[in-house]
Design a protein around this ligand. Sequence first.
Ligand code: 5AD
Length: 350
Amino acid sequence: MKKEVDRLAAYRTLSDRDLIELLSCSDADTVSYLHRRAREVAFLHFGNKVYLRGLIEISNFCRNNCFYCGIRKDNSEITRYRLSHNEVLMCCREGYALGLRTFVLQGGEDPEQTASWVEAIVRDIHAEFPDCAITLSLGEKSYRSYLRLRNAGADRYLLRHETFDSGHYSYLHPPSMCIARRIECLRNLKKLGFQTGTGVMVGSPGQTLEHLVQDIRFIEELQPEMIGLGPFIPHHATPFAGETAGTIDRTLRLIAICRLMLPKALIPATTALASLPGKGRVGGILAGANVVMPNLSPPSLRKDYSLYDNKVAFGSESAQGIRDLAAELQDIGYEISMARGDHAGYEGWK
Ligand code: 5AD
């Protein structure tokens, strides 16, 4: 199937049938060729550099009840926390001292963290670190709220669509949530000039190859600046506790396909990918990913931000974590970049 890989690289698209073949083929040579072509395209645009983003998990309160997620509202096993305004700023200061120039504020849909609370923290981060990019990953909000956050200085927003198929979306989420709303949010984020990230869990319960093809088509159409792809990993205190995890193999194929379709996209080698046994993080980079997101959350709270079981944490000392990461990347010929790493063509904050 190398011909199909070449076609994907040349035309940045492929028929549904060929995508399904690529996702399912069992020929190891084809798969490693797919990875190689994807990594060559990444190299063309980013060289051997991998961008770092400091991840700050600001709250594990959530009003939603997604069947796969460990911080779902009905999970009474975890201790809930939310960082204060000052705690978030302290995390940014630590990250800045380590050289990081992007901060990602991620959290559940915490009703107490109102748009004005988030707006204030974004304003303060923007004022104290004018050379840093601010990424938010705080779920679905109204157009007005997104607008306020954009005006306060946020540059990027991550909101995975999880699955484009509405039947499958309902299989993963309670009836209070729907794919139409998720997509409306993504279009609003785009309209507001956010560098917008979307993506899916790979191997989520009920997911078929046809679903993944629909996800790829949606990504092709939306043209997100960032694409987050990680394997589904069960969490013991969720309705999907007994389900099977997604695989590294399928996740890497999807990363490579997305790299070939959207050559300039920012694609992380995700924490979920690194959490499965095997060389997920390095594998992600070698399949065309170009971003890693070290955790800057207070070490004592990281265990409570448990989206899935056995989530890896960088060393509790972030500085050591970054040195280890640099060594891991050096082994495969890559280097950390501390640049902001905006998407080409981003018009900045106005
Ligand atoms: N396994 C893998 N990824 C998960 N996420 C939530 N729960 C899980 C899980 N059990 C992902 C979702 C969400 C992101 C923040 O974490 O895709 O968008």
